[in-house]
Design a protein. Structure first.
Length: 108
């Protein structure tokens, strides 16, 4: 059980990092003419409870003379959410690491 919790925490870290990267890309290109931001979407791995994955979906490119369709308020809010998810996933790993250490000390 502790190993699966480590894997779940790790998949959460990886998905949150990819989502942060996606938001950073959207924010960096907010002033680029014709840029269409991509959206991150989290999905539970199968079987249920074994982790989370992320898919990033791009949108159609705008004509190059149109301004970007990036919503900076939404991207900023999403970035804060992804950061919190990252921190919580790291805490899952830290807690399970401590539990494993206690279990190994008990068995030894």
């Amino acid at each position: 059980m502790a190993i699966s919790a480590l894997n779940t925490g790790l998949s959460g870290l990886q998905a949150s990092q990819r989502a942060l990267d996606n938001s950073a890309h959207n924010i960096a290109n907010a002033n680029t003419q014709g840029f269409q931001p991509s959206q991150a979407s989290f999905h539970e791995n199968q079987p249920a409870g074994t982790g989370v994955s992320l898919s990033v979906q791009g949108q159609q490119r705008l004509a190059s003379d149109q301004p970007s369709n990036t919503d900076l308020a939404k991207e900023t809010t999403d970035t804060l959410l992804y950061k919190t998810q990252f921190v919580l996933s790291a805490k899952v790993i830290q807690t399970q690491d401590q539990n494993l250490g206690s279990l190994i000390d008990t068995k030894a």
